[in-house]
Design a protein around this ligand. Structure first.
Ligand code: GAP
Length: 395
């Protein structure tokens, strides 16, 4: 057992969590108070809170309400108070100060705290990135707008380590690259995306410059993703607090330094809600109203639905063959549920399936099938043998 444990650490499979602060066994999403004291979150990860003193007693984020009256009941609001967004708890049976931990409000700190483990176990060279996806927790005062703001979310972050003072160019690079990803790889409408550059006074405590990639939601422009220039802030404070040397020896110049960090950060929830809102559409097909998700094929849960026209055995056999010729190359669903073919198309339209492949009675003679396109509802006849390549072309 010891040998395997040592290997996982040496080669970077599993690191002891928060090791530079003495470790915390059995926890990854919970990190000791020392981590959050060093990172500045205990002091600065706060939102201004105001409570209604009138009838409804509701609590509001001070920066979300205009004026001094409650948006719900019109009552007066009290003076803003600072409220820390982290969930605190204790590990072990004793609630003493030493066992105080916080559920991580960002995954970022795990990557800074593990920086030395990564450097020692891999052969990365600056510039390089550490990326992580996992649950983050925030005691939001006003969760809402569906999954736009929730208290537990799947955060996806990358800490991209660069040479000191090369941050400006990498910051620009990642802003552009992240925007490109949304437009080209996820298919979001470019005219509903914009950059919002934070003014100095609204920057997080660790940031030199931050640009939000905003989307035009039905409730107004809102932050989809943040790209922040964290300088060497985090490595520096952890080095100071933990007394561990977190510097990196640059093999090119033989110099030691703390790398600077550019960080793109976004939650799966925000990407998900944005994709759905951007894709949702209603139109009329053959005089019938239709709901359709115009999802990019990269993110459609089903890319090709194979639909036999009837449950007759001959058709089903061929439809199954068609299905297996596509599986492995595309995300395929086989839909044999009875009912009119039009109803099955509508269902696929609503889940955003770009193509339906229909197997009908002619297929038995001509070994060809019909591809129906979601967006135009256009149909084309294709020999089964050519189907995978033709679909690849269309995707
Ligand atoms: N490490 C940097 C950081 O955490 P942030 O702007 O506080 O920065 C990053 O959060 C991203 O996480 C946001 O751009 C958003 O996509 C997502 N996010 C933040 N709070 C959220 C919440 N309560 N619910 C869902 N997603 C959230």
């Amino acid at each position: 057992m010891e040998k395997v444990v040592a290997l996982t650490k040496r080669r970077g499979f599993i690191f002891p969590s928060s090791e530079i602060y003495g470790g915390i066994s059995g926890s990854t999403l919970m990190m000791p108070a020392a981590v959050w004291a060093a990172s500045g979150h205990l002091e600065n990860f706060v939102d201004p809170l105001r409570q209604c003193l009138g009838q409804c007693k509701k609590r509001w984020r001070a920066d979300h309400v205009k004026g001094d009256r409650c948006p719900e009941c019109g009552g007066p609001l009290d003076e803003p108070r600072m409220f820390n967004l982290m969930f605190k708890t204790h590990v072990g049976p004793v609630e003493d100060h030493a066992s105080e931990v916080y559920l991580r409000p960002e995954t970022a700190q795990g990557m800074f705290v593990d920086f030395k483990n990564v450097i020692n176990s891999t052969r990365v060279r600056v510039p390089f990135g550490i990326a992580q996806q996992g649950k983050a927790f925030r005691n939001e005062i006003t969760p809402g707008n569906f999954v736009f703001r929730v208290r537990e979310f799947e955060l996806m972050e990358m800490e991209y380590f660069v040479k000191p003072n090369e941050d400006d160019e990498w910051f620009k690079y990642w802003r552009e690259e992240r925007r490109r990803w949304y437009v080209e790889d996820l298919g979001l409408s470019p005219d509903r995306l914009r950059f919002y550059e934070h003014p100095k006074e609204s920057l997080s405590h660790y940031s030199k410059q931050t640009t939000d990639i905003e989307y035009e939601f039905p409730f107004g422009w809102g932050e989809l993703e943040g790209v922040a220039d964290r300088t060497d802030f985090d490595l520096r404070v952890h080095q100071e607090h933990s007394k561990e040397d977190l510097s990196y020896l640059d093999p090119e110049t033989n110099q030691r330094y703390l790398p600077w960090v550019i960080e793109p950060a976004v939650s799966l929830e925000r990407i998900f809600i944005t994709l759905l809102l951007d894709a949702y559409d209603e139109d009329v097909i053959n005089n019938e109203p239709r709901v359709v998700l115009r999802l990019h094929a990269n993110v459609a849960p089903v890319q090709v639905a194979v639909v036999p026209l009837s449950k007759k055995e001959g058709l089903i056999k061929v439809a199954r063959e068609v299905q297996s010729s596509l599986q492995g190359r595309f995300r395929v669903e086989y839909d044999q549920t009875g009912g009119h073919i039009g109803r099955r198309y509508r269902r696929q339209d609503e889940i955003g399936t770009p193509f339906c492949v229909t197997v009908d009675f002619d297929t038995l003679n001509d070994r060809a099938v019909t591809i129906r396109q979601r967006d135009s509802t256009q149909q084309e006849r294709v020999p089964i043998a050519d189907l995978p390549d033709r679909l690849q072309q269309l995707l």
